[in-house]
Design a protein around this ligand. Structure first.
Ligand code: AP5
Length: 249
């Protein structure tokens, strides 16, 4: 399997985490979610956790340099065991983070293959976040929804039997701050990745399955694009030269 480096973009509660998890299972690549990493750091009261706690409690973005370091470390760690790529969920979220990611990847002669934008209107995400229930165990972290994805036993995690919680930042006033941060800091990335030809826009209003289907189609197009490039390169090669490998999922 060729490498796949994907980014999930979209407002808070659009379904990035849920869809990223399904996609990672389908492609057998790791799910690198900055929200989960930072919540883990807060839960373990690490130095990073102490630094980011006040930002997260208020629904504000944590400083770029902190999150960039966390992500680069996670990418390096993931590469040791699963070299097939990854899905970045919740990163980048500012232009500075996008630039930093681009520089880190360019040094390694790597690139992002696709940015999946789950476009979901504010009123829909607000409702989803109010209905979200999360497993507090950082090793499990399963996410439910009392309406669209209920746990088998109400309030109990299907995977690890822990009592489900409402995330601290899923209160209405904090949701509003997170949405404002998204419009102000993250929305410019839509234009940035569109200009790079990397953006696949998905309608996030549909059911979980409908959204997953759209995402799989968008990702499968990476293969076709890679194949087209390969045919072009082959056509330009001298007789008998070069060994081009096609991308595949
Ligand atoms: P993070 O955890 O990344 O929060 P977020 O972006 O606000 O995203 P969410 O996890 O809230 O939502 P989601 O889109 O993953 O939706 P989900 O799949 O759960 O970040 C938290 C905080 O960490 C930030 O506020 C910031 O402080 C900090 N942080 C993180 N990354 C950072 C960065 N790069 N820079 C700076 N700071 C950073 O779905 C939501 C609910 O809807 C669930 O209940 C789900 O079951 C349900 N649902 C999903 N899809 C559907 C559907 N299609 N139909 C019906 N229900 C659905």
């Amino acid at each position: 399997m060729s490498e796949k480096r994907l980014v999930m973009l979209g407002p808070p509660g659009a379904g990035k985490g849920t869809q990223a998890q399904w996609l990672c299972d389908a492609l057998d690549i790791p799910h690198l979610a900055t929200g989960d990493m930072l919540r883990g750091a807060v839960a373990n009261n690490t130095e990073v956790g102490q630094q980011v706690r006040p930002f997260m409690e208020q629904g504000r973005l944590v400083p770029d340099d902190v999150v960039v370091n966390v992500v680069v470390e996670a990418i390096d760690e993931a590469k040791k065991t699963t070299p097939n790529g990854y899905v970045l969920d919740g990163f980048p979220r500012t232009m500075r983070q996008a630039d930093a990611l681009q520089k880190v990847l360019a040094k390694r002669k790597e690139k992002i293959d696709k940015v999946i934008l789950i476009n979901t209107p504010d009123e829909v995400v607000q409702e989803r976040l109010m209905q979200r229930r999360s497993c507090p165990d950082p090793l499990c972290g399963a996410v439910y929804n009392v309406k669209s994805k209920p746990a088998r036993t109400a309030g109990i995690c299907d995977n690890c039997a822990k009592t489900l919680i409402v995330r601290d930042d899923d209160r209405p006033e904090t949701i509003r701050v997170r949405q404002q941060q998204y419009w102000h800091d993250t929305e410019p990335l839509i234009d940035y990745y569109t200009r790079k030809g990397l953006l696949a826009e998905i309608n996030g209003r549909g059911s979980l399955e409908e959204v997953a289907g759209q995402i799989l189609i968008a990702v499968s197009k990476i293969k076709r694009a890679a194949n087209r490039d390969s045919v072009r390169r082959k056509a330009l090669e001298p007789e008998g030269g070069g060994d081009v490998k096609d991308g595949e999922i």
